[in-house]
Design a protein around this ligand. Structure first.
Ligand code: KG4
Ligand code: ZN
Length: 338
């Protein structure tokens, strides 16, 4: 089955074609980062307009790359939430209408299910069951995954998502939006011994996260310390070390709670090398394994939506002609497959 996947939930227009027999055939991405950078965050109206401009040429280019025409597709998958309503509607309206015109099924995909299944696109994919750590600009969640659609949220953010905390701290340090990847580069030059930031919520039981205090701690440290050549890098390093230590400790707890030894990490922050190294070391100590998507598929992309949509279409799921998108959509509402 060949499925066209469309992702427009935020500031990346992503399109891909996934084939259940041959794997990923092609993928294309247009990032709006430059468009929003001067405002210091995503402007929803600008995001929707840009998706409208970029999506058709991207679909043409992935079809050409895969040597296919629209008629060769067996179904269309689009992200229906969570995300920005206007942005979601662009992909959903186009995806649903294309499927109608082609007389093929369409399926609505949950953006976070897409992230969670992104490591399945790699040559050595994880097997079920596993614990998933979803770390993006909007989410920080630990999920117990028995199989596709069987999700139990074990832990969630009580305030800022981890990517959001990275972006806000990066902004304090004078880096452009979204600053996560740039903060990582700056942290690599920092001294790990100069500052020690708190490890939020580790001194109490449970698997929830809170990262907004770390951003405040960074702001206070910056204000109270006389400026010197390495101050920004040292703060970036202390912030990142605290985030990584907290995420590693919570993942260890979740694995001990479930008695499983497979961890899947996905979402934009899973591109962070320090986090990858910290989690890999912990899983080696536990005798388990951690799986990440390739870095291009850590952040938003169409490939993860094409993959997740293909699994749901193969299981017989499809949407009717009503186009619905959901700015909020709990993962636990999804249907089990099989
Ligand atoms: O998954 P994603 O592309 O979009 C959402 O669904 O939110 O995640 C974007 C987030 C941003 O906050 C970005 O700063 C962060 O992922 N990010 C990183 C890195 N690369 C992207 N954070 C830390 N280190 C990185 N290398
Ligand atoms: Zn995302």
């Amino acid at each position: 089955m060949k499925v066209l996947g469309i992702e427009t939930s935020c500031d990346e227009t992503g399109v891909a074609i996934y084939d259940s027999h041959q794997g990923l055939l092609s993928h294309g991405l247009h990032s709006q980062v430059d468009l929003h950078a001067r405002y210091g965050g995503v402007i929803p109206e600008l995001a929707s307009r840009d998706h409208i401009q970029k999506i058709l040429p991207l679909i043409d280019s992935v079809l050409t790359e895969a040597h296919l025409t629209l008629q060769d597709l067996d179904g269309i998958a689009y992200t229906a939430g969570p995300g920005l309503v206007g942005a979601l509607l662009v992909g959903a309206m186009l995806g649903r209408s294309l499927a109608f015109a082609l007389n093929k099924p369409a399926v609505a995909v949950h953006h976070m299910e897409g992230h969670l299944l992104a490591p399945m696109l790699e040559t050595d994919p994880p097997t079920f069951p596993f614990v998933a750590l979803l770390v993006s600009g909007g989410h920080t969640q630990l999920i117990q995954v028995k199989k596709i659609g069987e999700y139990v949220v074990l832990g969630d953010s009580v305030d800022d998502a981890v990517g959001e905390a990275f972006d806000k701290t990066a902004k304090l340090l004078g880096l452009a939006y979204p600053g996560g990847a740039q903060l990582e580069k700056l942290a690599a030059q920092g001294n790990p011994l100069r500052f020690r930031f708190p490890r939020p919520m580790l001194n109490r039981p449970g698997l929830d996260f809170s990262f907004s205090g770390l951003k405040t701690f960074a702001a206070n440290t910056l204000r109270q310390t006389p400026l010197d050549a390495t101050l920004h890098a040292d703060i970036a390093r202390a912030f990142q070390d605290a985030v990584v230590a907290t995420l590693v400790a919570k993942c260890r707890r979740a694995l001990q709670f479930t008695h499983w030894n497979t961890l899947v990490v996905a979402g934009g922050v899973s591109a962070n090398t320090a986090l990858r190294e910290g989690l890999t070391k912990m899983l080696t100590q536990l005798g388990g394994r951690v799986y990440f998507p390739r870095s291009a598929f850590c952040t938003d992309n169409g490939a993860m939506i094409a993959y997740a949509g293909c699994q749901r279409l193969l299981a017989g799921e499809q949407v009717n002609l009503n186009v619905q998108v959901f700015p909020r959509w709990p993962l636990s509402d999804l249907k089990k497959i099989g």
